[in-house]
Design a protein around this ligand. Sequence first.
Ligand SMILES: *Cc1c(COP(=O)(O)O)cnc(C)c1O
Length: 394
Amino acid sequence: MSRGRFGIHGGQYIPETLMNAVIELEEAYNRFKADEGFNAELKKLLNEYAGRPSLLYYAEKMTKDLEGPKIYLKREDLNHTGSHKINNVLGQALLAKKMGKTRLIAETGAGQHGVATATAAALMDMDCVIFMGEEDTKRQALNVYRMRLLGAEVIPVKSGTATLKDAVSEAMREWTNRIDDTHYCLGSVMGPHPFPTIVRDFQSVISKEIKEQMYEAEGTLPDAVIACVGGGSNAIGTFYNFIEDKSVRLIGCEAAGRGIDTFETAATINTGKLGIFHGMKSYFCQDKYGQIAPVYSISAGLDYPGIGPEHADLHDTGRAEYVAITDDEAVQAFEYLSRVEGIIPAIESAHAVAYIMKHAKDFSKDQKVVITISGRGDKDCAQIARYRGENIYE
Ligand SMILES: *Cc1c(COP(=O)(O)O)cnc(C)c1O
């Protein structure tokens, strides 16, 4: 495999002005990922600050109710800041610090990655600037406040559709202008090499722990691992240490929005085509002219028109399966997990829960599946209430 490629996907489709920055990053990463001191420091942060290892919880009531496989939940929602994003952010922030950078910039959609980045910057005494689509700053006002409280500057991005893809573009532009003191802390397994590899490595702690915890609980591998897919970081983190274990099904759940036969969808593998955007070759939702299409999902965290290049390759080779889950199915799963297990999942994670609600009967009772709960759902309550016709702020 050539450098930074996953099959035909990945690569570095970037302006020359950014080349030095990504080369510097790749060299530093290769040096520090083999460095014992770095790894010990990161492990300490993950365990003592972020709260790892996260629980692997046997969802007994849900298992009984659905009459399918034994269901385990990987509880990334219990991490500090409430999602899996912190795993990657602590890794990149520590790396940036070792590289002598004093300033972190990041994009954010719903605000989870922005909050995680602002948190790490506060902890490590770094300046922090977050780019966020202006539309998203309105939809996620609470997270804008949290980022500012943590000491970050939040810049509303007005270009394009003023959402996540525009925030990524703006953060890349800013990095091009200022690479001396600044690290771009990218939030998912996307963008130019080496980001898809770096973010995957930092998130692979999820599947490393699942494997150990499943052996502890069941003495065996799971039959399937299931995760939601936006850019794909919690999913690749969930899949990575099982890729070589061919008996383990890898199932990614994309956001179908109002349906993959409508224009209001964000299901990249199911509706997208090969293209080049944000520095990588992969699958993207495109219009008939090949322009990036506006995407839609009830979930701001899955509302991205592309998918990480490693997922695109896992799809091409047939190693992983990618299914589309609609808004309606995700909202039902959000309510179901809350009532049955007393766990309010992020609406993103609810897409993965919905899969097993639909497909429990495809598994036998002696099989075991693990669903990654990528984040907690407090942030989504107002919106889901509105979806059901209630306004909780009235
Ligand atoms: C950001 C986010 C996602 C989507 O991002 P991936 O890179 O696909 O994991 C999913 N769930 C939660 C809770 C998020 O915050």
